[in-house]
Ligand binder design. Structure first.
Ligand code: HEM
Length: 343
């Protein structure tokens, strides 16, 4: 019975199709040929509309009375590829982030904080100027806000929604989306300032190779002399701040302002690149935050107050310490004001 109905339905559809085709003749030879093939297909295989879907997937332009970029592409085929790529990429990114947090926890439990061997002298050296610190913390607050809201937008639906329910998650997602959209342009302004300000101290030189070969003594505990920024910090600067940071800014602007007439495919590519760069940046910034707080006592004070104890300078950045002592870097050689000296 059902089979009979299906056959009858298909025949009815085919004849309606033929009647419609007869009433609206194709405008050019290619379309006329396509229409002919589709009519033949409807008769020989009534339920198989493959030619129509092949045409749709081809992304061929159609007629539309609405004028504008891509308004004549009814179904954009690359969108399917983008949809298929997004979820696996995000899933890999999620596992990478969790693996990084576990690795940092493991490192902390195994190695503990990297403490000073010698006693602090009480004599302080200026490490970062006020301008450097203000720029650092502005970038840090913006970057972390974007990182956290980005994580909520990417993984919230699968990780948070089952835990906190629709009402709460809906609020959280709206806040995250708006913060992400509006804080992004702030990073576009402050990140280039940070790049210019910290670029000189992060240029590579021959001494960095020694540091790299020994892994900075991170695993062995060996003392390895370093410049003001060690090779690890320099790699992080060029990869996280410059390459990933600028990539996120450019792709973020493409996604934030769709009114600049970019195509759908440009936005899909920007979205995938933004996702990959975002996850890598969050992974790297986690390692940076770990070392800047619990991982290395004294580092956080350097960025908060601008001063470090001479022993800290000697043990972590010996080449820089020697240069300051020799007067080769005058700006960094001030005696600390009383308020910045340890009790
Ligand atoms: C809560 C987040 C953050 C904390 C706690 C933190 C902490 C620190 C600390 C303690 C230092 C001084 C290290 C030293 O004296 O050698 C430092 C330096 C630095 N941080 Fe951060 N930071 C954070 C976020 C960021 C972010 C998001 C970026 C950039 C995207 C960044 C880029 C830098 C740079 C460029 C330096 C200078 C070191 C160099 O010249 O390579 N930080 N940070």
């Amino acid at each position: 019975m059902r089979r009979m109905f299906t056959r009858a339905g298909a025949a009815l559809l085919a004849s309606a199709w033929l009647a419609a085709a007869a009433q609206s003749p194709a405008v050019d030879a290619t379309n006329a040929e396509m229409a002919k093939q589709q009519q033949a297909q409807q008769l020989s295989q009534p339920l198989n509309n493959q030619p129509v879907w092949s045409e749709v997937r081809s992304g061929a332009k159609q007629y539309t009375s609405i004028k504008g970029r891509e308004t004549d592409v009814l179904i954009q085929p690359e969108g399917q590829t983008w949809r298929a790529a997004r979820v696996p990429l995000a899933t890999i990114g999620g596992f990478l982030f969790v693996a990084t947090l576990l690795a940092l926890l493991g490192f902390y439990l195994w190695r503990g904080p990297i403490r000073l061997r010698g006693k602090p002298t009480g004599r302080m050296i200026e490490r970062f100027t006020l301008v450097e610190r203000v720029v650092h913390w502005t970038v840090a607050i913006t970057f972390v806000t974007l990182g956290v809201t980005g994580l909520v937008l990417t993984f919230g639906k699968s990780v948070l929604l089952p835990l906190i329910g629709y009402t709460l998650f809906s609020w959280l997602a709206i806040i995250a989306k708006n913060l992400h959209n509006f804080v992004g342009p702030v990073l576009v302004v402050v990140l280039p300032i940070m790049i210019v300000l910290f670029m000189r101290a992060n240029l590579f030189n021959a001494r960095d190779w020694e540091w790299l070969k020994k892994g900075g003594g991170m695993l062995t505990g060996e003392h390895v002399p370093a410049n003001k920024a060690n090779a690890g910090q320099k790699i992080l600067f060029w990869s996280m701040v410059v390459v990933l940071g600028l990539t996120l800014c450019v792709t973020g602007l493409i996604l934030d302002f769709p009114n600049f007439d970019q195509t759908r495919q440009t936005m899909q590519i920007a979205n995938v690149v933004h996702l990959i760069a975002g996850v890598l940046a969050v992974v790297m910034v986690s390692a940076h935050i770990y070392l800047g707080t619990v991982g290395m006592p004294g580092a956080y004070e350097a960025m908060r107050d601008g001063y470090v104890d001479e022993t800290w300078a000697k043990e972590h950045h010996e080449y820089w310490y020697n240069e300051v002592k020799a007067g080769a870097i005058p700006a960094a050689g001030h005696e600390a004001p009383m308020s910045h000296r340890p009790a």
